[in-house]
Design a protein around this ligand. Sequence first.
Ligand SMILES: [Zn+2]
Length: 346
Amino acid sequence: MSKSSIPDLIIGEHTINAGEQKRFQLEMPPLYTDTSMGIPVYVQRGKREGPTLFVSAAIHGDELNGIEIVSRLIKSPSIKNLRGTLIAIPMVNIYGVLNQSRYLPDRRDLNRCFPGSKKGSLAGRIARLFLDEVVSKSDYGIDLHTGAIHRSNLPQIRANLNDELTAEMAKAFGVPVLLNADIRDGSLRQAAADEGARVLLYEAGQALRYDEFSIRAGVKGIVSVMRQIGMLNKTKHKGRKVEPFIARQSGWVRANESGFVLHKAQLGDHVEKGDVLATISNPFGEPLDDLISPATGVIIGKQNIPLAQEGEAIYHIAYFKQPDTVAEHVEMLQDNLGSSDSMLVG
Ligand SMILES: [Zn+2]
């Protein structure tokens, strides 16, 4: 025990007392080259009592935006006088980052292997280690993701919005779209919920790229959540308040023909049922098919590469009850972040 009444925090072999800041590696199975491996961990503990929040990135090794979000967050002067504890993990899937791959060397998706097991697969062992050492010691969590390669996501939060406190955190994050997600899928988010932690998943930008708009919205969102859960003092709201829209359903619009895609709809666009989103043509420019929006909603994900194979997912649409003003809210968020229009269109 440290002198203060706040109990010590122990992660791996490291003890972090109240008021301390530490950076260390959480030891993982070494490579077969006898190279030791570790998950980098940053812990900042306030002198005053408060909740514990983990912020994790790159659980999918090619989703890099979150690495920059974590590095800006821990340098941010706004978190210096926090209450409670911030545990920030710039990358969980180290092997994936090395290979610039979503997966682990055993070709498993780490975010489908929770809660994992000490005697399980490589993915299962890392999942268990992360769960035991970080997640089980946290009250709250924010897991940072991006779209896949050649696919961009509009900044959005996915969470179990049926839980009132989680929904409040999600709203505090301040992005235009909240997507309800409560399926049991072996994800970190689900395992954390089973451990009693409330977790948001932030999706923005695309794999293997830094996207400035998504990074800024991510840092701002995490700080806002820290205020909302009592780790930081609340401030008077600057700029117009962004009231998010909650979607309970989303779906992909797929190519019905193989060909070259001319996109008409962009990320953040509000679309009506029957709107033409894109046209697919053959190599001579003759149109083969139009991609039609099946419902009213907002485009939250988009393929960037203009080549489509029949059956390929081109647009991800969140369906809304009140979609009319979402595009307006996206613009408001951009205004508040002081970024240019072009940044939304990844
Ligand atoms: Zn991901």
